[in-house]
Design a protein around this ligand. Structure first.
Ligand SMILES: C[S@@+](CC[C@H](N)C(=O)[O-])C[C@H]1O[C@@H](n2cnc3c(N)ncnc32)[C@H](O)[C@@H]1O
Length: 205
């Protein structure tokens, strides 16, 4: 993870998207905390990442650091869903803020230029999936800042029977967990925090 390159253009977005570490003023220290966090996320998910993963989807990916890490290890096709071209300013947590070009630069600088599919939420709702994906993740976005209902129907089309879904589900929204449990089988809990729980699901297909 030490060798992850964080371009200057990416840094302001990370500062807004990584709320839990944005009290760290020093850039070097911030980047270290960010990279340590990515590694922790990766290690938590690892037992559930499908062995022959050929495609993954990240909802509310932000700059997609975790997807770079996944891609470096599994070489799967990567699809991200977030905003297309907004400034690194968060006005409302359930409205996307991100920039496709800057995100692409992050990926390219870290050796990934061929398998990135990027869709704005509006487009995501319109299009059919390019393929079924084997893994769907969302870190502090879907089911954390907005209801599962927002993309439930789309996700159905992206999943096959064995697709693994890993979401940070907000603890103070029992109705969201209820919706998830109506549609998915919960197969594991990876992390329990006061604000959210990292839960693993499969569709009840
Ligand atoms: C706290 S950041 C987390 C970013 C990333 N998952 C990470 O862990 O680095 C939340 C992300 O959700 C995105 N977001 C907010 N509302 C969204 C929506 N309705 N659909 C898709 N993405 C959304 C934001 O643009 C932002 O990138």
């Amino acid at each position: 993870m030490e060798d992850l390159i964080i371009p200057d253009s990416v840094y302001p977005y990370l500062r807004v998207q990584q709320e839990h570490i944005n009290h760290i003023e020093d850039r070097k220290e911030f980047e270290k905390a960010y990279k340590d966090g990515l590694l922790k996320q990766f290690e938590l998910m690892l037992p559930w990442i499908p062995k022959n993963m050929h495609a993954s989807l990240d909802i509310g990916s932000g700059m997609g650091g975790i997807d770079i890490l996944l891609n470096n290890n599994f070489h799967q096709s990567t699809c991200l869903v977030d905003a297309l071209n907004t400034l690194p300013i968060c006005k409302k947590h359930n409205v996307p803020f991100n920039d496709y070009n800057i995100c692409s630069e992050f990926f390219k600088k870290n050796g990934i230029d061929e398998f990135l599919y990027y869709l704005s939420p509006k487009e995501f709702k319109r299009i059919s999936p390019f393929t079924h994906v084997d893994l769907i993740i969302s870190i502090k976005s879907y089911c954390f800042h907005y209801s599962p209902e927002v993309y439930l129907r789309q996700l159905y089309w992206w999943c096959h029977k064995e697709t693994v879904l890993i979401f940070d589900v907000r603890n103070d929204r029992p109705a969201w967990l209820k919706i998830l449990r109506e549609n998915f089988t919960e197969i594991d809990v990876l992390l329990e925090k006061p604000k959210y729980t990292k839960r693993v699901f499969k569709w009840k297909k």
